[in-house]
Write a new protein. Structure first.
Length: 214
């Protein structure tokens, strides 16, 4: 317990940093994932190509490489922002590709006849997607979205290598101070468990309330 009690403020700072990264990155990933899923099922060919390229490139790019590209590459083009913002961009964009495919799989579960019926009533593609298709698709993809956001939270540990305050990065300071590396990582693991179990509990509530009955 000495490792935790004597360095509680350090653990707290890292814990809150990871929570902040997870929250902002999740919001960005959900927004971009929704946009890309809409592009992938859009009747406009150029939008489908754009969505496909976005998903293909990001899903097949190592996250660490994406961090290097964003945190070290964008400043060379004159875009200078805090490293935490760059980390949110990297995490959010990377995870959006997976959110997109989860949403697209949910959209494919909605019978095509419902979309055709909506169009026969004069509804536009956007109206059909937002009012008919996505509300039904969302109910079937609640669990995989939760799993994807849990993965995002664990992926945020990479940000510590780029001078971003987060939970895993606390081990460097504690190791320099001579604390047991085993207990240092035990309490780091406990912190991640608290965050991921909280996300899991939240999505269990959402699934029980809105999920598709099996």
């Amino acid at each position: 317990m000495d490792v935790l009690t004597e360095n509680f403020s350090l653990y707290r700072q890292g814990f809150l940093g990871t929570v902040e990264l997870a929250v902002y990155s999740s919001i960005l990933a959900l927004l971009l994932g929704f946009v890309m899923a809409s592009c992938r099922v859009a009747p406009v060919g150029s939008l489908r190509v754009f969505g496909t390229v976005w998903v293909t490139v990001l899903r097949n790019t190592p996250l660490t490489l994406l961090f290097f590209a964003v945190l070290l590459g964008l400043p060379r083009f004159g875009l200078v922002l805090p490293f935490k913002v760059f980390a949110v961009l990297a995490l959010g964009c990377y995870t959006s590709a997976f959110i997109c495919e989860v949403l697209r799989s949910g959209i494919n579960t909605v019978p095509t006849g419902q979309g055709e019926a909506a169009r026969s009533l004069g509804m536009t593609f956007g109206q059909t997607l937002n009012s008919i298709v996505l509300p039904q698709a969302f109910r079937s993809v609640i669990p995989p979205i939760g799993s994807t956001l849990i993965a995002l939270t664990k992926n945020s540990a990479i940000a510590g290598a780029f001078s971003v305050t987060e939970l895993l990065g606390t081990y460097k300071t504690l190791n320099e101070l001579g604390y047991s590396i085993i207990w240092t990582f035990v309490w780091i693991a406990v912190g991640y468990l608290v965050i991921t179990l909280s996300i899991s509990a939240l999505f269990n509530v959402l699934e029980n309330r809105w999920g598709v009955a099996r």
